[in-house]
Design a protein around this ligand. Structure first.
Ligand code: HEC
Length: 143
């Protein structure tokens, strides 16, 4: 019952419960404290794990490994739509965007709003999760 309620609030505690089989009381108190009083910071959220869950089906962080989406190695500072061998929409190719933490934040909030006609439709509406994913991408070595 408890875990159902928690899962409705956020995916992360449910994952924890899956891993550990139960959610320790201290964790519940910590999480409810964060939800009620101060928003969790990007450091508290595991960007690598979120990337695996939300992005890795279509994106690799290894240079040269394009999937449905272009590889995201060396993404920071890269002009949009320029990975060789990747399939892009004309919208992305001609967007004029250079990827940095700010442009990524705007894009991931609502891809189609920033790049009308983009083929990437996956949005991350949660700002903390977005920040964690962007931090993870920033931490990847450039190619
Ligand atoms: C269902 C597949 C899919 C998923 C899941 C997905 N993407 Fe994409 N992504 C794409 C496709 C396809 C493109 C190319 C879009 C275009 O050309 O319009 C793209 C493009 C991008 C680009 C632009 C890259 C460039 O070279 O200009 C970024 C950045 C990006 N995705 C980040 C992410 C992140 C971060 C996530 C996870 C939160 C994610 N994507 C999840 C399919 C996906």
């Amino acid at each position: 019952m408890m875990s159902t309620q928690i899962r409705a609030m956020s995916g992360l505690p449910a994952d924890l419960a899956k891993r550990t089989g139960r959610v320790p009381l201290a964790t519940l108190l910590l999480i409810s404290g964060q939800l009620c009083h101060s928003p969790a910071t990007a450091q508290d959220v595991d960007g690598a794990r979120l990337f695996q869950q939300r992005c890795a089906t279509c994106h690799s962080v290894e240079a040269g490994q394009n999937k449905a989406g272009p590889h995201l190695s060396g993404l920071i500072g890269r002009p949009a739509g320029t990975v060789e061998g990747a399939t892009y929409s004309n919208a992305m190719r001609s967007s004029g965007i250079t990827w940095d933490s700010q442009t990524l934040d705007t894009f991931l909030t609502a891809p189609g709003r920033m790049v009308g006609g983009t083929r990437m439709t996956v949005a991350i509406p949660n700002a903390t999760q977005r920040a964690a994913i962007i931090q993870y991408l920033e931490s990847q070595p450039a190619d």
